[in-house]
Each structure stands twice: as C-alpha cells, then as structure tokens.
Write a protein that binds this ligand. Structure first.
Ligand code: GLA
Length: 408
C-alpha cells in the first residue's frame, strides 16, 4: 500500500489529523454507505435484503495511544470529543460522537481489549438520506479501534457489534442490513444477505455490460430514524408473528420470514388491519428479493424493473412508509425512457429513491426528474450516480506497520 495511491480526500484527512494531534496517523479505516436495491423492512423480520455498498464513505484516520484516552475530531462538524475508555457515558442528544463512544463501549463489553486512540473523521455519505451514514460511521470507527489495538474480529461480528452500538448505546433499533453492507459490500456486486443466518452472497450487477447506472435521487427531505414510525412497524410485525404462530400449523413461525404468500392469504382473516397489510409487505418483499437475484443472474431487466416498482407500491400501500415526495420522485422516474426501475430506499419517511437507469438517460433524468421535482416541490433535490464498492478497508500509512482487514 503506498501513499501515492491515496485520493485527495484521504490525503487531506491525514493532513488534518497531523495538524490536529501534532503526530502522524497510522492508517485510515474507510467504510461505505449503502443503497438498498430491494428488500426493505425485511432485515428485522429475519428475511432477505440486497444492498449495494456505494462510493460515498466515512473515513477515520487513526493512531493508537499508550494510554486509555480517546480523542476524536469530526471535520464536518468541526468538533472534538474526548473520553476515557474506562468511563464511557452517552452524551445528551443526537450527537455524532455517541456513535464513536458506543462502538468503544460495545467492543469492550464484548471482551475486546482496546487501546487509547486519536482519530479524525470525515464523511461524504449524506446524513439523514436513508443511505446508512450512521452504519458507515460505526464501521469506520470500529475498524479504527480494531486496528489500533491489533485485534482480529470476524466480519459478521464487526457488523453485529456496530449494530449493537446503535441499538444499545445510541438507542436506535435498526436491523443489521446497513452494517453488513458497510463491512462486506463488494465492488460491482450487490450483497444478498440472509438476515437470519447472516450468510451472504455477492451477486454480480454487470452494470457496465448492460450499459446501466445506479442513480440515487434525494428528495431533499431528511428523515430521522429515531423519530419515525420505524419502531412502530417493528412492533406491528412482532404482533403479526404472535397471531400467525397460533394459526399456522405447517411449521414453527419465529418471524415473518417463516411465512409464504400462500400461508398468508389463507390466514389473512386472522390478522387485524393494519397487521395484515404489514405482513403482506414483508412476505411479498422477501419473495421479491429472491426473484430479483434470479433476474440479475439472467440479466432480465424487465423483471428487475417490475420488482422494484412492486416493492415501492407495497411500501406505499401496505407498509405505509413512503411519502408524497418519494412517490413523486418514483412517478417522474417511471415516465422516463431509459429508466429500468425505481423505488424508495432505506427506512422511508423521506430520504432517497434508488433508480436503475440506462447510462444515456442520465442527463434526461437530471432534467426531467430532478428539475421537474424541484420546480413542483421547491425542495433541494439532488442525484448521485453511484458505483458499487468494497466494504470496510484499512489503508495503512506507508511508513506505519501494515495492518489489514480480513478481506484485504
Ligand atoms: C434502516 C435500518 C435498516 C433497515 C431499513 C429498512 O435503514 O437501519 O436496518 O431496517 O431501515 O429496510
């Protein structure tokens, strides 16, 4: 690994680290955000998801210390936090440094011996956009702590620990999809995750061969997961499982994952509204993920497009997590020649849509979807043309001892 291969952003971060802490960084931990192609609100139902790690990342420059002190500086917020590893408290409010504190607390609770660290963090994953900026932050920070203390941690455990930091320390009950994508995403691939077994399979996207691009369209409306109906949806799903477990005799029902569309339509009457609609979304969405994987393997773009639209309609009508802005963005996209498919992505209630579009349609997407949306809503919509990248990478300084993540 040589310093010349650094991007400008990485060099700037290393320089900022040196200026801030008056020492050189030992390495960089870089973790991506993700866009979920399909499989929404299925992860916490032990189902299937198909995210893509994208070239929007959080980078943590780090160097270990000989004491038990952590100093961490955020370039975006221009704020520094410091704490002792032996006394980690959660700070009041929704502050970025709680993610850093949370990761350190959870690693230690799991028995990993940490050393003190100096860290400087910079990210370009839009915050509150449904592109998993929190998971990218947690995973980059986890990579930094891990490598500063020279610990070996299995990739699945890295993802689970990062998720636990968010669940237990920050207090957001997210599923595991985002952290898995941030750790295990693969360049030019989508990642099929079985959220029960945590088995993964990298599915080739073959975008270049089909002349396609993944375009993320931001509605300009920020969403806040902790403020949303996310927890309520999780509870509704658990309630649906309780009811269905008593009426379905074909096999044990531990999660909505265990139910097929056939079982569900036979038992539709036993679920009160809105539980029947919530369950119908999750059960149908799991099936759509597996169908999308098959269609990707066949290069069957028509089917992929149909499944993406079906997912959006199901999230809108049955799961009720879309918004007028997301619906408008999808509606404008569907009308455009060269758009294979479009849907809301992430938890919903604002944020982004994911669009699979032909390369030559990028300019017309900007003019006819983004510009029309802006003029109709007066919201600051934006679009990002994304590349599918690898998950967590540790880039050692040329003059520091080498230290690589398991997948390097
Ligand atoms: C958020 C959560 C994920 C997942 C999605 C919805 O991004 O962090 O775990 O539940 O919402 O699919």
């Amino acid at each position: 690994m040589n310093a010349a291969a650094r991007t400008r952003r990485e060099r700037t971060l290393a320089r900022n680290f040196a200026r801030r802490f008056a020492r050189e960084s030992q390495g960089l931990a870089k973790a991506p955000g993700r866009v979920n192609l399909i499989g929404e609100h299925t992860d916490y139902n032990e189902g299937f998801v198909l995210p893509v790690a994208i070239d929007r990342t959080v980078i943590a420059a780090f160097a270990s210390r000989s004491d038990r002190q952590v100093r961490v500086y955020s370039l975006e917020f221009d704020e520094e936090d410091s704490f002792a590893l032996d006394d980690i408290e959660r700070l009041e409010g929704d502050v970025w440094s709680n993610y850093v504190r949370g990761v350190a607390a959870v690693l230690q609770k799991a028995g990993y011996g940490l050393t003190g660290v100096d860290m400087a963090i910079q990210g370009d994953v839009p915050i509150g956009a449904g592109l998993a900026s929190s998971a990218a932050l947690e995973v980059a920070v986890l990579g930094a702590f891990q490598h500063a203390a020279e610990l070996a941690i299995d990739p699945r455990d890295q993802a689970l620990l990062a998720q636990r930091a968010e669940n237990e320390f920050v207090g957001v009950s997210c599923g595991v999809m985002d952290q898995m994508a941030a750790v295990m995403g693969r360049r030019d691939h989508a990642l099929l995750i079985d959220c029960r077994s945590l088995e993964t399979e990298a599915v080739p996207l073959n975008l270049a061969a089909h002349g396609l691009k993944i375009v993320v369209a931001h509605t300009g409306v920020r969403r806040a997961l902790s403020d949303s109906a996310y927890n309520q949806r999780r509870q509704e799903c658990s309630r649906a499982v309780q009811v269905l477990a008593n009426v379905i005799v074909a096999g044990p029902v531990g999660a909505l994952r265990d139910i097929t569309s056939k079982d569900l339509s036979a038992q539709q009457g036993s679920l009160p509204a809105p539980l029947a609609r919530r369950a119908r979304h999750v059960v149908g969405e799991n099936e759509r993920v597996l169908e999308t994987v098959e269609a990707l393997r066949r290069g069957d773009l028509t089917t992929i497009g149909r499944l993406l639209y079906a997912s959006h309609q199901s999230l809108r009508r049955d799961y009720e997590v879309s918004s007028p802005e997301l619906d408008l963005m999808v509606q404008l996209a569907c009308r455009l020649e060269g758009v294979v498919g479009a849907r809301m992505t992430g938890a919903g209630f604002g944020g982004c849509t994911v669009n699979l579009i032909r390369q030559e349609a990028i300019d017309s997407f900007r003019e006819q979807v983004i510009e029309t949306y802006r003029s109709r809503t007066s919201l600051p919509a934006e679009m990002y043309v994304c590349e599918a990248v690898d998950g967590l990478r540790i880039i050692a300084e040329a003059n520091a001892r080498a230290s690589h993540s398991p997948q390097d």
